[in-house]
Design a protein. Structure first.
Length: 135
């Protein structure tokens, strides 16, 4: 899925900067489970901010971890998260991208490592695109 952000920008500027009318963004929710280990989350457009939330509903076993990224860097969005303990909302540590997708659109995927036989979690990815960089 290609994500299209919902922001609208006024053509006029306030104090020399674009004035943001709406920054609701787009939200995608995807389940990961012991039998759904690499679901595609979304294709995020270039120049977008992303935030991630992980909520575990059933603990994974077998030392499983969860990362979020893309083919070339599987933990670029979120570094390895222990999903074997602590039900509920987890604290996310952002990866090399630091919550910002640069000049290249990315197909974002969740990756569950190990060979878990149980476990479920829902991932929420929020995307807010930015206007082109000011020259």
């Amino acid at each position: 899925d290609q994500i299209y952000a919902t922001e609208r920008f006024l053509s006029s500027h306030k104090n020399g900067l674009p004035y943001i009318v709406d920054e609701k963004g787009v939200t995608r929710k995807v389940w990961v489970a012991n039998d759904v280990k690499t679901p595609s989350i979304a294709t995020v457009p270039a120049n977008s901010f992303v935030s991630v939330e992980v909520f575990i509903t059933e603990l994974f076993d077998a030392g499983a971890t969860l990362t979020i990224g893309y083919t070339a860097d599987t933990d670029a969005i979120m570094t390895a998260l222990d999903i074997t303990s602590g039900l509920g909302r987890k604290t996310v540590v952002y990866g090399a991208e630091g919550g910002f997708i640069g000049a290249t659109a990315r197909a974002i995927v969740a990756y569950v490592t190990g060979s878990p036989t149980v476990g479920k979690a829902i991932i929420t990815l929020k995307v807010i695109t930015t206007p082109a960089e000011v020259a």
